[in-house]
Design a protein. Sequence first.
Length: 291
Amino acid sequence: MSRVAILGTATADQVFRLSAAFEQEGTIAVRRVTQARAGGAPVYTGAALTQRGHEASPVFDLGDDADGSMILNACRRAGMPIDAIAIQPDGSTSSCLLVYAADGRDFCLFDPGRLASAPLTDAQASAVERAEMVVIAATDASRVEHILDRLRPDQRLVWIFKHDPNCFPDRLCRQLMQRADIVFHNRAEAALVEGWLSLAGPDMLRIRTSGGDGVRIAYGALTIDVPTRSLRLADPTGAGDSFAGYMLAALLDGADRVDAAHKALSATAAFLIDDNRCADPAGRGEREQNA
């Protein structure tokens, strides 16, 4: 078992599907796919790592409200330690409205809530200090900078990139690229990530997810494309973060890079089907997604 700390933002997510494109005027019929549920990289990535037998500590803050209690309970049910989850008594929890439109586009409407930009608590700092692997996802940039300044050489750093300049301004992206051992990003983010590759170390592992076109693994001078099973999903939320967690678990268990990707793709497909993200057990649904 390895200890992993996952720094990021937890959100109360609701998922909707639109029957038309956003450009249509007037009323657009929608279907709510979910009630509010726990989301964000620390939740999905942490749950996947925990399921595979690793100690994954989510490191984030919540408001003292109903959404915060819901997310805290979801982490408990998943078996994750919750001592590095801080409750801000006067805060309100972040939330996301995830919208999947009829024209195939995705929209993420993010409400950061009302959470003070507080330094890490003692319990959060301890979780990071004890970890053999530290995962950085989208969160307050000052917290990431604080951790980078204190990261030990023996701690592996994983960066789950998100195109959000508020969380990842250019200067911080350059720092992360110089230090990261593993970087996850999707196809739409590839050009941005590639712009910083000259700063990366020679052994950095880069994993690019590309929807139904598969996963690309790059390390050293090698680039390997790993094919995927395509699922048709009503709700792909969390698929990429779950994939990252399953792949990290396989790597921690000693799998090579390609085998780890295959294992992660299979595990992610099982998660999506078991969590009723597809219309039926055969994987047919409303949307094609990498899995």
